[in-house]
Design a protein. Structure first.
Length: 492
């Protein structure tokens, strides 16, 4: 079998063959740090994470780059509204973004590039587009890309361009599909909109030196970032379907006009996130950040730990295929939370299992592991089918439970199971392996009480924590508090 994926560029499923066997160059557009990321944004990064983790699981050597769009219409507008300078403002929200993705176990890109550090690269690219006639200076003092000059403009977005090219120009970073238009590469300084945010650039245009304070448009930023870190060609470009047009289409037009080579070999896009089957919008009252979700869930159950909520959210996102819309509801999150608890229970049981202290793995068990691993690889190679991969995990965990129930496992088999889970969890990142460290032969009821006490201490409810300690001790267990956490021992 080989990995197949749906390529937006060719509008079909294809076998994945990176340009070089020894390295996959993978790029995705990063956040615009003008506010906290909402869960729709985060769904996009969970998608990039699934693809990156899966490729690594399949032994591809993946290098990832993500930009941070710290210069754009929205960061400039909102930093001024907040009375902060652009750098300070965007750094705050970039940090908040990184904390959010860490919480939900999204691996950070190998290179994270704030676009404000790449202004020189953008100027160089724009000069080359001016030199080759793809860009022109308009009478509003901005430099535009001439889409009519690029022969296959519209290919990625599957637009029929006949009769659509007009002499219309657009200066906004974001615009609608209907507006096929020349887009701004470098925008004339507007003191009212841009305030103190201006970058000096000097261009050679028709033999004349033109020097004005301007600022970059959004689309050139990603072309510059790719050129800087990956040079002319990449293997895989990821993003949300909203960015196919105009943003990704414009990235292709810019980069390929300069290099004369195909930019990304594969383009993959994830579908929208919906809330209660509706588009998420502040005006609709169904707009959530990750922080909002934790607050909402803790309103229902104060003892819920944020980490458990994050894992449930992550599990929930893996339960939809990336090309389908992901419908977020609190009911679904609660049911994912129940699933996480069941998974944790099995992990704890496995951790406490003593088994037969013999060092062999039955043939039947090694066959089981081989079969499940083969099936797992097959579903991942089938366009990253995460819901099917989860079904395999759940089936396997129930098999583990049966083995524990019948006490047929040997210790070597227990280790083989643990290694297997560690391997497939490099894709999911939802299992809690610290639970395997649970002390031996402690009943679930006592473990649960201990957890309750830890939670009570975390929320500084020491009176409750003391009551629980009493309950545990009455059942002849002793609590041992250590730096890395608390555990219980049977009083002999
Ligand atoms: Zn981009």
């Amino acid at each position: 079998m080989s990995l197949t994926l749906y390529n937006t560029l060719t509008h079909q499923k294809e076998v994945f063959k990176p340009r070089r066997a020894d390295e996959v160059k993978l790029y995705y557009c990063g956040p615009t740090p003008y506010n906290y990321a909402h869960i729709g944004n985060l769904r996009g990064y969970l998608f990039s994470d699934l693809i990156t983790r899966s490729l690594r699981f399949l032994w591809y050597n993946v290098k990832t780059v993500m930009n941070v769009t710290d210069i754009d219409d929205k960061t400039i507008r909102d930093s001024q509204k907040a009375g902060k300078n652009l750098k300070e403002y965007t750094e705050f929200y970039t940090q908040a973004f990184l904390e959010d993705i860490d919480h939900i176990h999204i691996r950070r890109a190998d290179t994270i590039a704030p676009i404000s550090l790449l202004v020189d690269e953008m100027i160089t690219l724009i000069q080359r587009l001016l030199d080759t006639g793809y860009a022109y200076l308009a009478n509003d003092n901005s430099i535009y890309y001439s889409v009519a000059k690029f022969s296959h403009y519209g290919e990625l977005a599957n637009l029929d361009m006949k009769g659509m090219i007009s002499s219309v120009r657009i200066n906004n970073d974001e615009y609608e599909k209907e507006q096929v238009a020349d887009f701004a590469l470098w925008k004339a300084y507007d003191p009212e909109k841009d305030g103190p945010n201006r970058w000096d650039a000097t261009f050679q245009i028709d033999g004349k030196t033109v020097s004005v304070s301007w600022r970059p448009g959004w689309h050139i930023e990603c072309s510059a970032c790719n050129m800087r870190f990956f040079w002319e060609q990449i293997d895989l470009h990821l993003g949300g379907i909203d960015n196919i047009f105009p943003h990704h289409q414009n990235e292709i037009a810019q980069t390929e006009a300069i290099t004369g080579k195909e930019f990304a070999k594969y383009w993959m896009h994830c579908d929208h996130l919906l809330v209660d089957n509706k588009k998420m919008a502040k005006s609709a009252g169904n707009f959530y950040t990750l922080r909002d979700i934790v607050t909402e869930m803790q309103k229902r159950d104060i003892s819920l730990r944020p980490e458990t909520i994050y894992r449930a959210f992550r599990l929930m996102s893996l339960q939809s295929r990336y090309r389908e819309s992901f419908n977020f509801t609190f009911d679904r999150l609660i049911s994912s939370l129940a699933t996480i608890r069941n998974i944790d229970k099995t992990m704890k049981r496995l951790g406490r299992y003593t088994g037969n202290n013999v060092s062999w793995v039955r043939k039947e068990m090694s066959q089981k592991l081989d079969t499940v691993m083969g099936d797992f690889i097959a579903v991942i190679e089938e366009d990253f089918n995460s819901p099917e991969a989860l079904v395999l995990l759940f089936d396997f965990l129930s098999y583990v439970n049966t083995q524990i129930d019948t006490r047929t496992l040997t210790l070597s088999e227990k280790n083989a199971i643990t290694d297997f889970l560690r391997s497939i969890d490099t894709v999911f990142a939802i299992l809690d392996f610290s639970l395997l460290e649970s002390r031996l032969d402690i009943p679930d009821a006592i473990q649960d009480l201990l957890q309750e006490r830890t939670d009570a201490k975390a929320r500084r409810d020491f009176a409750r924590a003391d009551i629980i300690r009493g309950e545990i001790e009455r059942q002849w267990y002793r609590i041992i508090d250590e730096a890395q956490g608390s555990h219980v021992e049977k009083v002999e």
